[in-house]
Design a protein around this ligand. Structure first.
Ligand code: IPM
Ligand code: MG
Length: 384
């Protein structure tokens, strides 16, 4: 009677073994400096996604204008990733869209609708989660800064394993019993922990904090923590400290303690939750960008959703594109354009915090995303 469930479980083990083999084959990170033309894919997504992504693209094109002119950078707008198409085809990412994305080097992506049971949509896998897996974007890097409060955190959320790896592949054994799974692999943990330590080393940070629930979730979180300790040995100048996720959520609001955290590395689901909390100190999820980094591909996005209500009420053009512009800053850093990245980051600080000549309210009482993008470009130009 349990054969079906047992068979399903065997398949899951096999699929993860295949994934491990692929991870082990992976080469080094792509070297952007030696590409003839860097191809940037722009994927609008759903809801307010196309509106805010378009404004972020304008800013990125402005910052890279010289490279676009010299054919060093090419933009490709990729349209097919809408919830309507995904639902119609029953695919988390339509195959033709995925093929187009695979021809790019980096992707700027707007938020996409995540179906859940009870929606008008079939309950297919999230496009975000699928893209992270398909392109093997294993490091989800989410910076949060509030200089006046001494907050300067960079989260390295594992992005392809944990509770997400098989989130759409749980087992309903019968009406009474359901299982989901959480996955930790040696290879997958080593690469995310190493990414966190490498970042710490490059940026003069002295501490990496591993966040797990290894006291209760002993096998998978226990493994994550053990590997973090093993990798830490390779970085003598950098201290590893170890916190449980429950107390960590509390300590982020402890004004004295929280200033001590620098780089944090954590399994997927804890990273999902903790980064929303962290972004709130900075002004909310609307102010935060997110980098999804793999060896061959990288994707940059906002950390918030697609706000379908704004579109229904005809307010998409008033949506604040600053989270997508923060994602653009991360994209520029990733492709080695540090100067352009800092200039844009400074302009964004001026436009959304220090000067705020335009205020976005999300409705017609405030500025449009287009006005805001113009303001950001003008401010960036004045910094030169
Ligand atoms: C995020 C989002 C996604 C996630 C959703 C949209 C699937 O919350 O990027 O943090 O859970 O990872
Ligand atoms: Mg989230």
């Amino acid at each position: 009677m349990y054969e079906k469930a047992a068979e399903h479980f065997v398949k899951l083990i096999e699929s993860q073994q295949e994934r491990i083999a692929k991870m082990k084959e992976q080469q080094d990170f792509l070297d952007y400096d030696h590409l003839d033309t860097l191809i940037i894919g722009v994927v609008g997504g759903d809801g307010i996604g196309p509106a805010i992504t378009q404004q972020a693209q304008r800013v990125l094109e402005f910052v890279l204008a010289e490279d676009v002119k010299n054919n060093k950078v090419e933009f490709r707008v990729i349209d097919g990733l809408t919830i309507e198409r995904r639902a119609e085809l029953g695919q988390a990412i339509p195959a033709d869209t995925l093929a187009e994305i695979r021809e790019c080097h980096v992707v700027l992506k707007g938020p996409t609708t995540t179906p859940q049971a009870g929606d008008p949509w079939p309950n297919i896998e999230s496009a975000n989660v699928a893209m992270r897996k398909e392109l093997d974007l294993f490091a989800n890097v989410r910076p949060v800064r509030v200089p006046e409060d001494g907050i300067d955190w960079t989260f390295f959320r594992e992005n392809t394993e944990g509770a997400y790896a098989l989130g759409s592949n749980g087992i309903d054994v019968d009406d009474e019993l359901a299982f989901d799974f959480t996955v930790t692999t040696t290879e997958g943990t080593r690469r995310i922990v190493r990414a966190a330590f490498e970042y710490a080393k490059k940026n003069g940070k002295t501490k990496v904090t591993a966040v797990t629930k290894a006291n209760v979730v002993k096998t998978t979180d226990g493994k994550f923590l053990d590997i973090a300790k093993e990798i830490a040995q390779e970085y003598p100048g950098i201290e590893l400290d170890d916190w449980y996720i429950d107390i960590m959520t509390a300590k982020l609001i402890d004004t004295k303690r929280r200033q001590q955290f620098q780089v944090l590395v954590l399994p997927n689901l804890y990273g999902d939750i903790l980064t929303d909390e962290a972004a709130e100190f900075q002004g909310g999820v609307g102010t935060a960008g997110s980098a999804n980094i793999g060896k061959r591909y990288a994707m940059f996005e906002a950390i918030h959703g697609s706000a379908p209500r704004m579109v229904k009420e005809g307010r998409a053009q008033y949506a604040d594109p600053s989270s997508m512009m923060r994602a653009v800053v991360l994209l520029l850093q990733h492709i080695g354009r540090e100067q352009e990245a800092s200039r844009l980051a400074e302009a964004l600080d001026i436009c959304s915090i220090k000067e705020r000549r335009l205020v976005m309210t999300g409705r017609e009482t405030g500025a449009t995303g287009e006005d805001f993008a113009n303001y950001v470009m003008e401010t960036t130009a004045n910094l030169e």
